[in-house]
Design a protein around this ligand. Structure first.
Ligand code: PEP
Length: 246
């Protein structure tokens, strides 16, 4: 049985004043039967981990593939763990685009994260052009094969399907389209890692998840939760999304 996961990606948003949102979520969801994760900017990780207590897990939004060294501005996986993170998002489309990260880069970062004891949320997703050219499943297949290292388990791996054209746009795929991709990802994971890992790995949907559409998305087959951007910043938005999973 896969435990549902509501994950928030704060991206480059949030200062100390926003920790009040975390306190609100903790109060509303103490003892929730689902996992809750917030990945704030690195500057807030330690303080948010303190505010999150045992209700919310915290994670980084990226890490370097190396343990330490001359990499100005970068953060090693072990440093995220040291600041209280238990997860890290890797291969988000904004990093693939803004920082030209390749599947191979994501795989190396994931290996470093796993070695540091972190769980990895590996993002995959097609552009609008790729969807319109009917290439979605090929793109997803290539990203899964290239980005996920061999040494994962259902405990340490989370896959997030995030169609690039749905991120921050208010547009979402049809429920059939979401189901098609999630079933496909499940099949690829089972094929590569076997039934044990393949069936226990959580697959999140991400892209314009809001309080108003969360329940219908969560009812789709093989959707084990969501990776939420904009609607994770305020407790008033994130809390009903978490409730829709509970
Ligand atoms: C994201 O960036 O991971 C995301 C899903 O963003 P939004 O929910 O704002 O579309």
């Amino acid at each position: 049985m896969r435990r549902k996961l509501a994950a928030g990606n704060w991206k480059m948003n949030g200062t100390a004043a926003d920790l009040a949102e975390v306190e609100g979520i903790c109060k509303a969801h103490k003892g929730a039967g689902v996992d809750i994760l917030i990945c704030p900017p690195a500057t807030l990780l330690s303080r948010l981990t303190d505010a999150a207590g045992d209700v919310i897990a915290t994670g980084g939004q990226d890490c370097h593939a190396k343990d330490s060294g001359a990499h100005t501005g970068d953060i090693a996986a072990g440093m995220l763990a040291d600041a209280g993170a238990t997860y890290v998002i890797l291969g988000h489309s904004e990093r693939r685009e803004d920082h030209e990260e390749t599947d191979q880069d994501v795989r190396e970062k994931a290996k470093a994260a796993l070695a540091a004891g972190l769980k990895v949320v590996i993002c995959v997703g097609e552009s609008l052009e790729e969807r319109e050219a009917a290439n979605t499943l090929d793109i997803i297949s290539g990203q899964l094969a290239g980005s996920i290292p061999d040494a994962v388990t259902g405990e340490t791996l989370v896959v997030a399907y995030e169609p690039i054209w749905a991120i921050g746009t208010g547009k979402i795929p049809t429920l059939d389209q979401i189901g098609e991709v999630h079933d496909f990802i499940r099949a690829r994971l089972e094929e590569r890692f076997g039934a044990g890992v393949g069936r226990s790995t959580r697959i999140l949907y991400g892209g314009s998840v809001k309080p108003g559409n969360a329940a219908e998305i969560f009812a789709v087959s093989n959707v084990d939760g969501a990776l939420v951007g904009g609607a994770s910043l305020k407790a008033a938005d994130f809390s009903p999304i978490i409730s829709a999973l509970e």
